[in-house]
Design a protein around this ligand. Sequence first.
Ligand SMILES: *[C@@H]1O[C@H](CO)[C@@H](O)[C@H](O)[C@H]1NC(C)=O
Ligand SMILES: *[C@@H]1O[C@H](CO)[C@@H](O)[C@H](O)[C@H]1NC(C)=O
Ligand SMILES: *[C@@H]1O[C@H](CO)[C@@H](O)[C@H](O)[C@H]1NC(C)=O
Ligand SMILES: *[C@@H]1O[C@H](CO)[C@@H](O)[C@H](O)[C@H]1NC(C)=O
Ligand SMILES: *[C@@H]1O[C@H](CO)[C@@H](O)[C@H](O)[C@H]1NC(C)=O
Ligand SMILES: *[C@@H]1O[C@H](CO)[C@@H](O)[C@H](O)[C@H]1NC(C)=O
Ligand SMILES: *[C@@H]1O[C@H](CO)[C@@H](O)[C@H](O)[C@H]1NC(C)=O
Length: 459
Amino acid sequence: MKPLEILMILATISQSSWAAMSGSYCTEIGSSTYRPHSVTVTEFGAVGDGVTLNTKAFYNAMFYLRSFADKGGAQLFVPAGKWLTGSFSLISHLTLSLDKDAVIIGSMDPSDWPVIDPLPSYGRGRELPGGRHQSLIHGSNLTDVIITGCNGTINGRGSSWWGWSDDHTLNYTRPHLIELMYSTEVVISNLTLINSPFWAIHPVYCSQVLIQNLTILAPPGSPETDGIDPDSSTNVCIEDCYISTGTNLIVIKSGWDEYGISFAHPSSNISIQRIIGEAKSGAGIAIGSEMSGGITDVQAEDISLFNSLYGIRIKTSPGSGGYIQRIRITNIAMTNIETAIAVTGQDVEHPDEVYDPNALPIVNMITIEDVKGARIKYAGVLEGIEGGEFSSICLSNVNLEVSSRSPWKCSYIEGYSYLVSPESCEELRNPNQASLCHTSEQVNLTNLVEGELAWQFRY
Ligand SMILES: *[C@@H]1O[C@H](CO)[C@@H](O)[C@H](O)[C@H]1NC(C)=O
Ligand SMILES: *[C@@H]1O[C@H](CO)[C@@H](O)[C@H](O)[C@H]1NC(C)=O
Ligand SMILES: *[C@@H]1O[C@H](CO)[C@@H](O)[C@H](O)[C@H]1NC(C)=O
Ligand SMILES: *[C@@H]1O[C@H](CO)[C@@H](O)[C@H](O)[C@H]1NC(C)=O
Ligand SMILES: *[C@@H]1O[C@H](CO)[C@@H](O)[C@H](O)[C@H]1NC(C)=O
Ligand SMILES: *[C@@H]1O[C@H](CO)[C@@H](O)[C@H](O)[C@H]1NC(C)=O
Ligand SMILES: *[C@@H]1O[C@H](CO)[C@@H](O)[C@H](O)[C@H]1NC(C)=O
């Protein structure tokens, strides 16, 4: 084939591939499901005065609405008001719908957040051995659940939990704001989530999850207040969110060391689009550190990050096992970020002493392209594991305005870069790696032409 023909083929493929890939599992999830039956939480005795505890009203509403599951499901409407509650559990075929002036408020009493079993893929609570507090809004083994509102609010009032975590006075791992386990066809949309005690949204062992049009806020300094953490989940779409939290914006996970390895539930087919935010002491898009079940086929596109410690961060360690593969992160704008791209194979946290230090993670086929950065300190700190495999890490069209005199720091890593400024480290300039770079499902460049040439023809 002549170069021009190749160019034309590639232009055609790259226009259609993203839409084909992300569209296939994002559009199948029904966000506009009609519920023939609707009730209001006040019908179950709830009082929206910000003082009355409404846990029982939510519980009774769910109990009553169960009988509509096979009749198209039901909607529970939360009108304007301040609805104080402890943790409650959802049911299948339910829409929990908040008025724009509705605020669901988490109780400040830890005994209103019951303690449940640790996740099998973690073997213990994330913060402490043993169980963990159940999330404010919880769901397990559900199908067809929608949590939505016209920008209504769920406020976890996490400040006392942050304090207990900082002083080491927690008895169990902190609760999330919303957690769904073993569930499918989940939509969380059109809401504002404030001050989660821990991670704001945690879909774990889920599939077909759409998270759209959320504002997620927690103050700088609030410990481990991640935004959205898909964990051992597949076919997850996260779109159009503004996230400003104490730690990370979006983190993809799949279990912790030997527990994650034996539970073996990967995260795959994760699509992230149109995210804006700041992660004062964390990363915009992170993968790991818990990744022992494997993470594959992640696409992140159109991300705008500012005032953060890291832009993109991959975190793992000896003992993790598992893999991080086929990741494509594209069209990222960064402003005022300490380290734009970070990979570490030396994260120090392990669930216990039983982990196998010889279980090394495999990190390959990672592509980061079309990145612009202003006010960046370090372009990249990429540190693999001696004797491990951190390969086909590919950067293209990356332009960073960097203040440090040594912008790249690389070790035990290999890959390829093209049009990268400041010029990348030697380890990422290996032409033999070019043909291994991950592009996308439909574009397998090695089928067209070999190697470096094909990669470069994309520009
Ligand atoms: C969010 O709200 C908009 C405007 O009301 C609506 O068109 C859209 O369908 C909602 N999205 C979801 C996923 O519920
Ligand atoms: C939920 O599903 C998981 C996996 O299928 C199963 O192990 C667990 O027992 C189920 N839990 C309940 C409460 O049904
Ligand atoms: C996002 O939510 C707002 C407020 O509910 C709504 O006006 C807007 O249409 C939504 N946008 C999308 C893309 O759903
Ligand atoms: C939703 O409310 C939050 C907090 O009040 C606000 O910052 C955000 O702009 C609103 N989002 C939309 C889409 O109206
Ligand atoms: C931890 O347990 C102690 C003793 O039962 C109790 O007084 C304290 O309130 C608990 N703290 C939390 C945060 O649950
Ligand atoms: C991931 O998406 C692809 C393409 O849409 C699909 O063929 C595959 O079955 C999905 N994987 C899982 C685990 O659902
Ligand atoms: C691309 O195609 C070649 C040859 O058919 C195959 O060996 C290789 O595994 C494919 N690469 C990917 C990433 O699918």
